[in-house]
Each structure stands twice: as C-alpha cells, then as structure tokens.
Design a protein around this ligand. Structure first.
Ligand code: GCU
Length: 679
C-alpha cells in the first residue's frame, strides 16, 4: 500500500493479532463528561487513534457504561475524576496522570490532569503506548514537562519561502489567510501536541516588520485560533527597526520614549487580537540585523524595552547568536563577551536563546560556553532541526544523538555534574522560566519534512524538549515503532542506523573537530577552498587554517583563547591537544600533519583520510541495512529512502574526495595505502 508519509508518527494502523485481543479488552469507549475545545481535541484524537489501532469503532460517551472505558478529564471538568481523588501534584500545569483502575464498577483507564492541555498530552501518551505496543493493563504514570517553553522557530518568510527550509514552501499561506484556513494547520497542531510542543514562532528571525501590521495580525489570529485548542501559543519575530519601518519614527532607540510607546501600543494591539500571544523572538545586531547597539545601547536595553511592552502576558526570547564584522576576535567568543556582562540585568520575562554551539549548527560543536556562565539569566536552548549543515533533507542524519551529546555535556559550572540539561531546565541556577527552541524543518511537502527520516528530527526535538534526559536511542525506537513497525527485524537495524547516522556525516564532512567547510551561501556540499569572501569569518579557510605546517583553529591561550570561556577543568584540558577529546581536536588546535592521534597512533593526515573514508563506509552500511528491509516497508517510503541514501552515498564520496584532494595540496603527503579514490 502506497504511503506518502503525511500521517507522520500518528498513523494509527491496526495493531497485529498478538495485541488486538488484550488491547480491545482494555479499550472499548472514551468517556468525556464536559467539553472544552481542548478536551474535544483529546477525545477526538483518542477516538480516531484507538479506532484505527483496534480496527473497530471505539465509541465516545459521557459516562462509563462498560468495562474498557478510557475516562479523560480534569477534576473540574469531570465528577468521575474528581471523585477518584487522584493526586495530581506531579502533573503540574501541563502534565498528567494515567491510571488503570475501577470507575463505577468497571475496568477503566483514567487520563487525568489539572488542566485541559494536560489531558490532551496524556491522551497522546496513552495512544503512544498502544502505538509502541506497550502493556496498558496496569498503568501508573505521572509525567510533567521539564521545560516551560517548547517552541518551534519557523524561519518562514511572508512570501512563503523558508530560510534554510528543505521541505517545500512555508505552511503559512499568508496570501489566503485569514479567509482560507487550511485543515493542514490542524494536523500540524496535532503533531506538535502529540510531542508536547507548546509554542510556535511563525516568522523568520531575519524579520519583516510587515507581520506586525493590522492586516497580518488578522492572519496570525486565524492561525492562533486553530492552534489554541492544542495548547500551542503563537509568537512572532520582532524586527528591531519596526518603529521606523512600520511606525514612521526616526529612530528605533530602545531608550527613546516614543519608541517604547510604539512597541507598547503595537503589543497591546497584538494582545487584543490574540489574547494568549506568547511574545517575541528577536535577532538583533547579528548578521546585519538592526538592534539596540545601532544606538549605543545593549542587548539588555533592547530586550527589556520589549519585555516591558509584553509585561506579564508573555516573554521575549532574545537570541545570543551574534557576530559582527566589527569584532575582530574569534567569532566563537563574541556571545560570551557581549552577554555575560549583562547577566542579571534582564527583565524576568526575558530568556536569552543560545544555539547549542558557538559557531553555527555545525555537524558537531562543543557546547556553547554561555551555558553555565549566566546564572542570573534564563538561557534557553536553540537547536536546528532543519539540516542546514548536514545535507539538507537529502542526507539521513538523526539529530537525537547530537542533542543528547550537547544536553549531557558537563559545563562544570558548579563542579562536575553540571550538565547543559541542568542549566536549561533551571536546576542548576534556579531559573524561574525555562525553554528549548528548535528551528523547524517543516514545510508544504506531503511528508512535511522533506524526507521520512527528517520527521524523526521533528519528533526527537519535541520529545527532548519535554524531557531533555530521554536518550536519543529510546526516542528513535519510539519513532520507528510508530512510523514503520515495532517488529524487531526492522526496528533494531533501523534504530542502529539512525544512531550511527550523524557520526557518518561528521566523518565525511568535518572530522576531528573541523567545521564550517560547507560551500558558500547554500551550505550544501564541500567548499573548504573558499577564502575570498567579504568577511574573514565567512571563509572556510579561516576555520581550517590549513597550511604546509598543519591544520585546525587555534583557540588555545596561544591563539584566540576561546578555551578560557569554559569552566575549569575544561579550559585547561581543552588548551592542550593531549587532553582534548579527539572529536574536538581541530576545533581547538592547529596541529602538524604528522601529529600523532592518540587513539590510533596514526599521523593526523592519515587519520583524516581514515575518518573521511569511514564516513563514506558508514553510508554504504546504511544503504545495505535499508536494502534488507524492503519487505517491511511500503514501496513508496522504501523507494524514497533508498534513493536519498544513494544520493548521500555519492555525496559522501564527493565530500571525502574533494576535501582530501584540497587538504593534500597543503599536507603534501600521499594517500595512505588502500585509500586511493576509485578510478
Ligand atoms: C545561520 C543561517 C542563517 C540564519 C542564521 C541565524 O547563519 O545560515 O540563515 O539567519 O544562522 O541563526 O540567525
């Protein structure tokens, strides 16, 4: 049966015979006493999902009439649930409790929460149990999200192009909104709610002030109305110079009272239109975007002015991705230099949003040195789900492993065991508000993400934003079971392939800590030879520094000294190649071609060749794995994955051969035995 991937992980195809009888006995009806838009969404999802999974109509009723009832609600909306007297403390504002028990003398499953959205999340959790073929007869689950804000960042323009988007056009059909409300918006909301994503920034960080106009706010309102029942708040990017462009003022100086008044009025207008508007995301004084520094003000001046306009109605997410032509030091250091002195000066409703690494969403980066150095300012994580630097939607790279690596990295901010996850979930510094953002990989393609396997990255982002300590492997297994099958004959090899996939990309693009070697502008394919771009830090040559002596970026105290921005013992360890993890060797060091790589005893040149080649081999291994799974996958999805893998195989080779041929002009050494490219 053909399958275009539209249903994502919410497929709800019938479970196999081995589960059907037990599941059917436990699930016969969905019970909802009093309705609200969110509770209806929960009920409808359960009815749709359970009917599909059990291959039989599951009834929707308002009281328990038989055994197998799935009773959903809050103590406020349901007398049944109120009477059960469940302890819902652990569920908090957005979490839930799922219990097996008796209701009115019948066997039942209770999905209860303090809020309607908690019930919705609980409903999706219950469905996931069946989708992943877990037992459902003795449930005692209590869950709550670890982070407050779990937000997608769409880099979508108003003309429906998507910056760094590889999945078609923007989903938002601005031209026809608010008149035409595409049912697809609801499916988008369902998919997000199934993961616990509770916010969406609709517009590009390289912002257009037009979206703040009254006409566009009506369009935003239409989207917000669709998303609201699913617990998703809408946010917009605020172009810092909007008071000039949209307000006709002469300045956007955040300390100018007229500017503040303009933002206040504009923000009030937004809240009149969209009462639960989430707030603003701002990219300022970065890559040519306007910002407070244009007026001699700081990031805090800018963020606080907007935060005052928003007040207790929402938040300002102020990005720390800053780099400017004027700053001659290593771009790696700029965010710490600009933001750490401002620690403690931001309003309570400001979060500083930090990319996972200091350069730019490379296949591998050490964690950003801001994590652990701003105890007085809530830092939220920014991951990039869309694969700008990892082969777009063509190459298969599961990013769960990258995110786990970052989240579990130890910052040593408060001694050992101060992980990045501890920073962003507020544990370490007691942040009053926490969050994680993911740059979306979603577009108008039928399969949403440009490829089937890129759906896994959307999925993993949502799950890890809910629970940053969920391991990448567990998340991959969940996704595979829901997207393909729980049959271990497919699940095990596919999970293994996913777990290995991002390392493959690191190997064939940027092994041993190399970075930013992608071709100019589009960032697809190799371009390490480019060195003539307008600004030094745009040039791959600036990052790899290959010369007759060696290769790598010296960030030690003899170089840019970026290492000093990390806490001890990292600063000392990473200052010395002997104690730097090999994964980051050339990130922090410029080393001679004959430097001995400790793990293998090979020279650096030899090791580079081995790693580049290993990357190609890993893709071949993925191809082989996938080829063996034809009988477990529908032909349409099987073919599309096979074809992408074939492209990836060829392009991995292209990366390897082009990079090595180029670096060889400096290394001036032969390829080691057995590593000649094919004729
Ligand atoms: C990268 C990306 C840009 C984007 C920027 C950002 O540099 O290439 O397209 O605007 O990140 O995060 O602001």
């Amino acid at each position: 049966q053909a399958d275009d991937g539209y249903r994502l992980w919410l497929r709800y195809d019938p479970v196999g015979a081995e589960h059907l009888a037990t599941y059917r006995a436990r699930v016969t009806q969905v019970v909802l006493e009093r309705e609200s838009p969110t509770l209806l969404a929960a009920r409808d999802e359960l009815v749709r999902g359970l009917s599909g999974l059990l291959d039989t109509g599951v009834a929707s009723v308002d009281r328990v009439t038989q055994s197998g009832a799935v009773v959903i609600g809050t103590p406020r909306s349901s007398d049944l649930i109120a009477r059960l007297g469940l302890d819902l403390t652990e569920a908090g504002e957005e979490g839930y409790v799922i219990r097996s028990g008796q209701v009115d003398g019948h066997e039942a499953t209770i999905v209860a929460a303090n809020t309607d959205v908690g019930v919705l999340y609980g409903a999706f959790h219950f469905l996931r149990l069946l989708q992943t073929r877990q037992p459902i007869d003795r449930l005692a689950i209590a869950e709550a999200p670890a982070l407050d804000l779990r937000v997608l960042n769409h880099w979508d323009n108003l003309d429906r192009t998507v910056e760094r988007g590889y999945a078609g056009q923007s989903l938002w059909d601005w031209h026809r909104l608010p008149g035409l409300v595409d049912p697809r918006y609801t499916d988008y909301a369902r998919a997000n709610a199934s993961l616990g994503i509770n916010g969406t920034v609709l517009t590009n960080v390289n912002a257009n002030a037009l979206v703040l106009s009254t006409r566009y706010l009506e369009k935003v309102e239409a989207l917000a109305d669709v998303f609201r029942p699913y617990g998703i708040r809408v946010y917009l990017t605020a172009r810092f110079s909007a008071p000039i462009e949209a307000g006709g003022l002469e300045t956007a100086d955040p300390l100018d009272p007229e500017v503040a008044a303009w933002w206040q009025a504009k923000t009030d207008e937004i809240y009149e239109t969209i009462p639960d508007f989430g707030g603003f995301l701002v990219k300022a004084n970065s890559e040519g975007q306007p910002g407070p520094q244009d007026y001699g003000r700081t990031h805090a001046d800018g963020a606080n002015m907007l935060a005052d306009a928003v007040g207790d109605r929402g938040v300002v997410m102020w990005r720390a991705f800053v780099y400017s032509a004027e700053d001659a030091t290593d771009r790696h250091k700029q965010a710490v230099n600009e933001f750490v002195p401002l620690d403690g000066t931001f309003r309570d409703n400001v979060l500083v949003q930090v990319k996972n690494g200091a350069i730019d969403f490379q296949p591998r980066e050490p964690f950003h040195p801001l994590f652990g150095t701003m105890p007085e300012t809530p830092l939220m994580m920014e991951f990039q789900i869309t694969k700008e630097y990892l082969g777009f939607a063509t190459h298969l790279a599961y990013l769960g492993t990258m995110w786990e690596e970052v989240l579990s990295a130890d910052t040593y901010a408060d001694g050992p065991g101060s992980t990045v996850a501890d920073v962003i979930d507020g544990d370490l510094h007691d942040y009053p508000i926490t969050g994680m953002a993911g740059v979306a990989n979603i577009g108008s393609d039928r399969n949403w993400s440009g490829s089937i396997f890129d759906q896994a990255n959307w999925y993993a982002f949502g799950r890890m934003a809910w629970s940053p300590r969920l391991g990448a492997e567990a998340v991959a297994a969940e996704w595979v079971a829901q997207t393909f099958t729980d049959d271990p004959a497919l699940l095990e090899p596919v999970v293994e392939m996913m777990m290995d996939s991002r390392q493959a990309v690191v190997d064939y693009m940027t092994p041993l800590g190399l970075h930013h070697l992608m071709a100019t502008g589009h960032h697809y394919g190799p371009g390490p030879w480019v060195g003539d771009l307008g600004r030094p830090e745009w040039n791959p040559t600036y990052y790899h520094n290959a010369d007759a002596e060696g290769i790598g970026f010296d960030r030690t105290d003899a170089g840019s000294d970026a290492v000093s921005q990390y806490h001890e013992p990292l600063a000392t360890q990473w200052n010395d190649p002997a104690t730097t993890p090999e994964a980051f060797l050339l990130w922090f060091h410029h080393l001679p071609w004959d430097y001995t790589v400790a793990s293998s005893g090979r020279t650096l040149w030899h090791e580079l060749v081995v790693r580049y080649s290993r990357g190609v081999d890993r893709v071949e291994a993925m191809q082989e794995t996938w080829a063996g799974l034809e009988s477990y996958v529908d032909p349409e999805r099987f073919e599309s994955v096979s074809q992408n893998l074939a492209i990836q195989r060829d392009e991995a080779q292209w990366w390897r051969d082009a990079s090595l041929a180029y670096f060889q002009t400096f290394a001036d050494r032969p390829l080691p035995e057995g590593y000649a490219p094919p004729e």
